[in-house]
Ligand binder design. Structure first.
Ligand code: ATP
Ligand code: MG
Length: 621
């Protein structure tokens, strides 16, 4: 695969709207629409389950107009790239009256695991899709087709299209040639079908050691496409398989297995990533031969390639993500910094956000990098309209209102309220109280403020010798206050900020805006604040391309990708509050961003919130 150019490209240019599906069109939609219009697959039958030509011929016309598949290898947890592929395949099936199969591509005997199988099913469901459709459960595993694959191999041998090669791996590599040099024939290439069949059966029956021979398709050693220079299709491997146990000591190669899996399942459009483009001629060659032999039904599936998702600051390889987990660089597959679907979910991502993302990035035929901010933008957009608002103070310092008791009465608490959502008054209100002490952000006070700082600062003389009056700011949904100063400990750390309450300025009361302020700050009352752990996540890698220039991605890990804050949140998030936070609930913490109650660690009484994504606009100065 050629290395994709880095581009900051985000949303692709608005594409023409697809008439039928009312979705932005793309080359895959156009292919499917053309096939539907021309009736390419109109005569296709469906035997009710995967099978050979005879099996399908005995069934009715396929009620599914198109069949697609999502074929993960169950060797890890799915990531955001797979989410793109799931949304694409299941989405096309849904939009065109078809079905999408979930197929576990488990032909490689080594690395399967039921933990991964279960997590993949969960991921597809969570994203909003289902393989049960039209009264069918289209959940398959490729290893169930081993018998047919073996039969297909014997057929190819009998028809003179395959031979057993017993050259050493090295000799085979040398005789394959290269881009400029054609390959040369193996001395075993001219064996008769009968000899090949006998030898292949000896391979199957365990008479040859691992690696002693392979079955190769006999195509063309001089083909300009090296994949057609007699590719290996079966190898000897004594390995236990999770499904078939020790039944087989020969296993099909992926490039042989995959087209057959598609054909048995009557897939119409087999969509894969660009690195398989050079395999397409073999895909077609193999299915043409098997169709000639009457083994599979026609028309056979067609393969189409699209550009895989490359996302900046993110690794999209199950193997590399497994390394991060195994080396404990992150806290498991569902660590909110992981680009796995379980990680994104725990981070606060929603199925809607990932679907929007898949739609927005679209499908193209050339590799590029999508900027991480595109993904974040989709999350913001989908949460903005629905997430309840709340106030939270992440890095708290106490603000004391020195004249509170005089103005409001000794120990008085005043009721404040705020809309749950500014654009949805029907959702109701949040209630909280203000008293003589509130928590504010430590960064909201400056003894000698930089230019343009509009939050709390005391009267002072600036660098040019000018006398600057103390700032007046509004406590959001509360009163206007005027800064007095701060108390520091022996180390110079501020322990309290002091301010005066300006009477008759409470938000929502007549005349409250008589005092003009340049700054508004968020706060929670010391009397009713709820302590909470807030986990601030940042990118896992410091570089947009974590492996750019061929470096080891571990050297680019961001050491500050997690900060844990002892924060305070408003009481409406606690049990019984109007926006009581339950695990997985999302909120906008005003001015900070979108947060999710951690689905693993959050419990009533010990709230834990994860930063999902910051607000687009940075808070006023
Ligand atoms: P990995 O290297 O992460 O294991 P893979 O391609 O080997 O990726 P599979 O389990 O074989 O993973 O993939 C299942 C499907 O997901 C394939 O059809 C593949 O094309 C698609 N897919 C995997 N990674 C991406 C990606 N980054 N962008 C789009 N589709 C992807
Ligand atoms: Mg793979």
């Amino acid at each position: 695969m050629t290395s994709p150019a880095f581009s900051k490209a985000v949303a692709p240019a608005p594409a023409a709207l697809d008439k039928e599906a009312n979705k932005p069109s793309n080359f895959l939609r156009q292919i499917i629409e053309k096939d539907l219009a021309e009736g390419t697959y109109a005569t296709r039958r469906w035997g009710g389950s995967p099978g050979d030509a005879a099996h399908h011929a005995s069934g009715p016309l396929d009620p599914a107009k198109v069949r697609l598949r999502f074929p993960p290898e169950p060797n890890g947890y799915l990531h955001v790239g797979h989410a793109k592929s799931i949304c694409l395949n299941f989405g096309l099936a849904r939009d065109y009256g078809g079905v999408c199969h979930l197929r576990f591509d488990d032909t490689n005997p080594e690395k399967e695991d039921t933990e991964y199988v279960d997590s993949i099913k969960d991921a597809v469901h969570w994203l909003g899709f289902d393989w049960c459709n039209h009264g069918e459960t289209n959940l398959y595993q490729a290893s169930d087709y081993f018998d047919f694959m073996y039969r297909a191999a014997e057929y190819l041998i009998g028809a003179g299209h395959a031979y057993v090669d017993e050259q050493s791996a090295e000799a085979m590599r040398l005789s394959r040639g290269d881009f400029v040099k054609p390959g040369t024939d193996s001395p075993f290439r001219s064996r008769t079908p009968a000899e090949n069949l006998a030898r292949f059966r000896e391979m199957r029956d365990g008479h040859l050691p691992d690696g002693a021979a392979v079955l190769r398709a006999r195509i063309d050693m001089a083909s300009p496409n090296i994949n057609l220079r007699d590719p290996a299709i079966y190898r000897i491997r004594r390995a236990h398989h999770h499904n078939t146990g020790d039944k087989w000591c020969i296993y099909p190669m992926y490039t042989f297995a995959h087209p057959i899996e598609d054909a048995l399942e009557q897939i119409t459009h087999s969509i894969c990533t660009l690195e398989f483009e050079d395999q397409r001629p073999f895909y077609d060659w193999l299915l043409d031969r098997l169709a000639e032999g009457g083994l599979i039904s026609t028309p056979h599936p067609r393969q189409y390639e699209f550009a895989r998702l490359n996302l900046t600051y993110v690794l999209t390889s199950k193997r590399k993500l497994a390394q991060l987990v195994n080396e404990k660089r992150v806290n498991g597959w569902d660590d909110p910094r992981m680009p796995t679907i379980v990680g994104l979910r725990r981070r606060g991502y929603t199925p809607e956000a990932l679907q929007l993302f898949a739609e927005r990035i679209g499908v193209t035929k050339s590799d590029s990098w999508i900027d991480y901010s595109t993904l974040e933008g989709c999350l913001r957009e989908t949460l903005d309209g629905s997430a309840p608002r709340a106030m939270a103070v992440l890095d708290p310092v106490k603000l004391v209102l020195t004249n509170w008791d005089d103005v409001m009465g000794l120990g008085a608490l005043d009721d404040c309220s705020a809309p749950i959502h500014p654009h949805h008054p029907e959702l109701g209100k949040r209630e909280f109280k203000i008293g003589n002490e509130v928590w504010i952000e430590r960064s909201d006070y400056e003894e000698t403020p930089p230019k343009g700082f509009f939050r709390l600062f005391p009267a002072h003389t600036n660098a040019s010798g000018q006398a600057i009056a103390a700032s007046k700011v509004r406590l959001k949904y509360g009163h206007v206050i005027e800064c007095v100063g701060a108390v520091k400990d022996a180390e110079g750390l501020i322990t309290e900020v002091h301010a005066k309450l300006l009477p008759d300025t409470k938000s929502g009361t007549p005349g409250s805006d008589s005092v003009k302020v340049k700054g508004v700050i968020t706060w929670v009352g010391v009397n009713d604040a709820v302590p909470a752990e807030v986990r601030l996540y940042d990118r896992l890698f410091r570089e947009a391309q974590p492996e750019g220039g061929g470096v080891d991605f571990l050297t680019n890990l961001n050491a500050d990708s997690l900060k844990v804050m002892n924060a305070y949140v408003e009481p409406s998030l606690a049990s019984g509050g109007s926006i009581e936070a339950k695990a997985d609930d999302k909120f906008q913490f005003e001015r900070h961003g979108y947060f999710v109650a951690d689905r693993v660690d959050h419990v009533a009484g010990k709230p834990v919130f994860n930063l999902a994504v910051g607000l687009k606009d940075s808070w006023g100065k």
